[in-house]
Structure formats: structure tokens, C-alpha cells
Write a protein that binds this ligand. Sequence first.
Ligand SMILES: Cc1cc2nc3c(=O)[nH]c(=O)nc-3n(C[C@H](O)[C@H](O)[C@H](O)COP(=O)(O)OP(=O)(O)OC[C@H]3O[C@@H](n4cnc5c(N)ncnc54)[C@H](O)[C@@H]3O)c2cc1C
Ligand code: FES
Length: 287
Amino acid sequence: MTDFCAEKSVWYGTSRVVENCRVADETYRLSLKIHEPLPEIRPGQFVMLRLPNHTDPLLGRPLAIYRVETNAGVSLLEVVYIVVGRMTAKLAAVSPGTKLSLWAPLGNGFSTLAAPEKMPNHTIMVAGGIGQTPFFMLAESLLCKPQSHSQQNGGRCTLLYGAKTKARLACVDDFQRLLVDVHIATDDGSQGYHGRVTDLIADVCKPSESTQILCCGPKPMLRSAFNVAKTRQLPCYVSLETPMSCGLGICYGCVVPYRVESDMGEVWDYRRTCTDGPVFDAYRLRW
Ligand SMILES: Cc1cc2nc3c(=O)[nH]c(=O)nc-3n(C[C@H](O)[C@H](O)[C@H](O)COP(=O)(O)OP(=O)(O)OC[C@H]3O[C@@H](n4cnc5c(N)ncnc54)[C@H](O)[C@@H]3O)c2cc1C
Ligand code: FES
């Protein structure tokens, strides 16, 4: 069964597992085939995945879109996930051929639409845990597409990637193949810098370049990256991993406090992570 919501360009239907392979400790790359072209996907958008005919768990789960390609009307979409609970544990056991319900693409994604001359020259992507996943398509679009940021103005792209331990690092070579400048930090010092990934920001920031900081990962890491950005007065956008129910803006289960201008001056309101995010201007969030 497929359905297409033209207003928001969200595709809903059944996808089939092509591959579900282990890429790091507790971490898997899942490739899904969809026998239709998907609506256009922006880096940083996500999918909701659900096991059809299962009520445990009842709700779908959000996962960032890692990569997508469409050939001859058939789409191949990849997500990379880490096993943390019920859905991801079940997902790790699915074999090729299994059907999964999918709705995609969801959320706003990163803004890559600015004219190349208005794009910051240096994009620093700060990832913690499984937070590297929304950045692969972003790096592709910044570094590889004709007319892209780097092709137009020599822009560069850095990934600062922190994990508990070396065995948890996933997909690093994908980024290196794109010529992203990758710096690793691990909590136990088993690879790269021994300590917090956000300590690395200062090393790669050059005052001579216009720089933006984009982050995805656990909240303390986001807060710490934002503090560095604020001190240096740099633009900072964060992709939140707020738990979700519908993914479509209907249930309001994913709201986060968000600072807005109103007749009464600046006030706190709320925004839905699934439709207004997951990417937010860090300066408007409550830390
Ligand atoms: C936009 C978006 C993109 C995401 N992209 C990815 C991705 O690419 N790869 C990936 O592995 N994960 C990603 N996540 C996180 C992923 O959705 C959760 O890990 C997943 O829903 C867990 O489902 P589960 O049934 O396995 O775990 P559950 O059984 O639902 O939860 C397991 C444990 O984790 C806790 N928990 C679950 N979710 C959260 C949360 N968000 N914050 C704090 N605690 C939580 C629960 O309380 C519980 O203790 C993303 C989340 C969002 C919102
Ligand atoms: S998850 Fe339902 S409104 Fe966001």
C-alpha cells in the first residue's frame, strides 16, 4: 500500500529490506528498496520506520536519512542505527526481504539553499554517539554536487566525531571518501583525542574563515558545542533526537521550548521537532 501526501510531499508505504549489515559495535546500516521515486530529500531530513503487523513497539521510530539514490524509478534509502531499545533491537534481527512501513521524508533538514557566496566558508559538523548520520548527505551536497559550496568558493567541511570507544565508530571512511576532514574523539582514548569531542572545535576554527557549527548527538554535547559557538559568535544549528509519536506534526508529542518574537517582546513558545525541526537555530532553544 502506498500513499502520497502532496501538500507536504511525504511518501508513506511499504519498503523492503535489501541489506542490514553490522558496521560497528551495536550499529547497523539498513538499506531499503522502494519501488517508486521518493519526493526530493534534503540533508538532515528523517524517516519514520515501523514494523508492520507488530504492536510492540506500537509507534514508529525516527531515523535520519543517511543516503538515498533513485535509479529507473526505484529508490534505495539507507539509515544507520544503534541498538538502544525495543525497536532497534528488533530491527537488528530483520533479514533481507522483510517489509517495513516507512514515511519519508520528514522534517526541515539543514539549509543548503543559500547562494554559495552567502554560505559560510567552513562547515564544522559535530557528532556524538550516532549523531554522524544526518551529516553524510550534507557533506555530499556541500562537497560533491556541481555548483556546490566547495566548488563555488573553496568551502571546506570538517567532521568532529565523538564516540564512547573505537568499536562504536561507524561510517568514518564514507566521510573520508568525500574528502571531509575527519577528527575523532573517544571517551576511553582508544582512537583519536581522549576526551570530549567539543574540545576539538577550537582546534579547527580559524578566525580568518566564516564558519558555521552544526551538531547532532546527546543533549550535553549539543549544549557544550553551542557554548563554544556562542563564545565565538558563530552561527550554530542543532539536530535534535527528541522522541516522536506521529512524525507528522499532528500529536504535539515532540515539542521543545523555542524563543520567539511576539507583541509582548521575546517569549518562550514551543516548536514541533518533527515538522519545525529536527534542525533548529541553537540560539532560540532553551539550554
Ligand atoms: C530526527 C531524529 C533522527 C534520529 N536519527 C537516528 C539515527 O540516524 N540513528 C539512530 O540510531 N538513532 C536515531 N535517532 C534516535 C532513535 O529514534 C532512537 O534511538 C529510537 O527511537 C530508539 O527506539 P527503541 O525502540 O530502540 O528504543 P526505546 O525502547 O524507545 O528506548 C530505549 C531507551 O532509550 C531511551 N530513549 C529513547 N529515545 C530517546 C531519546 N530521543 N532521548 C533520550 N532517551 C531516549 C528510552 O527512555 C529507553 O530508556 C533519531 C531521532 C530523531 C528524533
Ligand atoms: S511527533 Fe507528533 S507532532 Fe511531532
